[in-house]
Ligand binder design. Structure first.
Ligand code: CMP
Length: 157
């Protein structure tokens, strides 16, 4: 099983889409390990988006992401990183496939509703950037017995 980080961005909060987005992840069978509203600070965002620092949209990206609060979420499940990336869809809202979160709810390159970690290593790095370990919860979720086979739950990674 894997953990991954999702940020439900300021445009989704502003457009009252938080519940819609969370519902999709819950419906899929992903487990919420942590969730909180956060006012993202420019210094944290500059670190988070450091790989985009030379892009011409960088300044506006930081300003948009720090404009109003976001919702940070840690999700857990089998191959959660890839599963969530597929559900989120491609970066540009206009190009994202219908049925994906960005494809259904966004029409912008920047205001694209959610951020999702790119790979397993980055996911753990991002989780530790936005969450303290005591904000992430270990708990039994009975419906996992119906979401996964026993082998999937206990034997495989
Ligand atoms: P995210 O997946 O969080 O990663 C980088 C973010 O930069 C991306 O979502 C968008 O919000 C933003 N972004 C990516 N491409 C562009 C672009 N061409 N113009 C403006 N913003 C962009």
């Amino acid at each position: 099983m894997q953990r991954t980080l999702v940020i439900i961005k300021p445009d989704a909060v502003n457009r009252s889409l938080v519940g819609e987005v969370i519902k999709k992840f819950e419906n899929k069978g992903l487990k919420i390990l942590g969730m909180k509203m956060v006012m993202l600070q420019p210094y944290t965002l500059k670190e988070h988006y450091a790989h985009h620092k030379d892009k011409k949209f960088f300044k506006e990206l930081i300003s948009y992401m720090s404009s109003i609060p976001s919702i940070a979420v840690v999700l857990y499940g089998k191959e959660a990183v890839d599963v969530v990336r597929k559900m989120v869809g491609s970066t540009q809202g206009r190009e994202a496939n219908p049925g994906t979160i960005r494809g259904d709810y966004s029409i912008s390159n920047q205001n694209n509703i959610v951020h999702a970690s790119e790979d397993i290593e980055i996911a753990e790095e991002e989780i530790s950037r936005f969450f303290k370990e005591d904000e992430i919860f270990e708990y039994a979720k009975m419906n996992f017995d119906w979401i996964y086979s026993k082998d999937e739950q206990y034997l495989e990674k």
